[in-house]
Design a protein around this ligand. Structure first.
Ligand code: HEC
Ligand code: HEC
Length: 241
């Protein structure tokens, strides 16, 4: 599946390159369209965020200079605890992180205060990201083709979400987790992972696995787990009171 997707995106890049060389199509054929992105922004973000000259923090922080900006770094804006933790862990906004956040904010930052249901259409997200990029410092230096070449990459594959986890197997694997995460679910610096809906748990673990989430230890742990193991852990921890 992954190989096929890679091949598909390589073919698309090859086709786009050929088109440029032949002078046939504008280079933007396969990447986000900033004009269409402006419409997405106006409909879905503008009620809470400001952009451009004189932008102030409103319900959400202003979004100028977003690319390369550390999460939770705008002075005078009161971020959620989880967004602050993500910033401290090293979350920096780039196309990939924005793509994950806008798809499903809680997949990237569990307790984010941004209550937004997410944009499922990957093309709309690519357009939006192209639009936001224009309000960043030196947008011409920000690579755009790579992250948007395969716009579906950051949706968790429905086949992975469909795996039915075995809670007994999950319990067996959970010993490694509970050395840090309290089995009781107590939150002492390390977040609680008990009683989560299974799908949320899987989406978050996949976000560490794909390195969209910043925490290095959790990236390594999730990277070693197979999709079946993650499903088992999700099934087990959901049932822990
Ligand atoms: C209902 C209001 C609301 C809407 C709609 C909304 N946001 Fe937000 N946004 C917030 C809030 C509140 C925060 C602060 C989140 C936190 O502290 O956890 C935020 C944070 C962010 C951040 C993190 C900024 C930083 O400084 O780290 C980004 C990026 C962002 N939003 C992008 C968007 C985009 C793009 C859209 C449109 C698709 C959007 N938001 C729609 C309220 C909103
Ligand atoms: C060495 C300590 C350690 C171990 C072992 C560990 N974790 Fe974590 N985990 C953390 C820390 C610290 C965080 C907070 C990371 C962050 O800020 O993104 C975290 C975050 C998480 C989160 C996201 C929580 C949230 O509120 O966003 C999940 C889910 C999770 N871990 C699952 C697991 C599972 C499943 C295992 C076992 C396979 C495991 N962890 C093993 C330290 C650990």
């Amino acid at each position: 599946m992954k190989m096929l997707r890679n091949l598909k995106s390589r073919l698309r890049i090859a086709a786009a390159t050929a088109a440029i060389l032949l002078g046939l199509a504008p280079a933007s054929a396969q990447i986000g369209d900033a004009d269409r992105g402006a419409e997405v922004y106006n409909k879905q973000c503008k009620s809470c965020h400001m952009l451009g000259e004189d932008a102030r923090n409103r319900v959400g922080p202003h979004l100028n200079g977003l690319f390369g900006r550390k999460a939770a770094s705008i002075e005078g804006y009161r971020y959620s605890k989880d967004m602050q933790r993500a910033g401290a862990d090293g979350l920096v906004w780039q196309a990939e992180q924005l793509d994950v956040y806008v798809t499903k904010p809680q997949a990237l930052v569990t307790g984010t205060r941004m209550s937004f249901r997410g944009i499922k259409d990957s093309e709309k997200r690519a357009d939006l990201i192209a639009f936001l990029r224009a309000y960043s410092d030196s947008p011409q230096d920000i690579p755009e083709a790579a992250p948007t070449a395969d716009p579906t990459e950051h949706d968790v594959d429905p086949a992975i979400l469909a795996i039915v986890g075995d809670p007994e197997y999950g319990e067996y694997l959970s010993g490694e987790c509970t050395t840090c995460h309290q089995a009781s679910g107590a939150d002492q610096g390390i977040p609680s992972i008990t009683g989560w809906p299974q799908e949320d748990f899987v989406v978050v673990m996949q976000a560490y696995k794909s390195k969209a989430r910043p925490h290095p230890v959790m990236r390594m742990i999730a990277g070693r787990l197979s999709d079946e193991e993650i499903a088992g852990l999700a099934a087990y921890f959901e049932g822990v009171e």
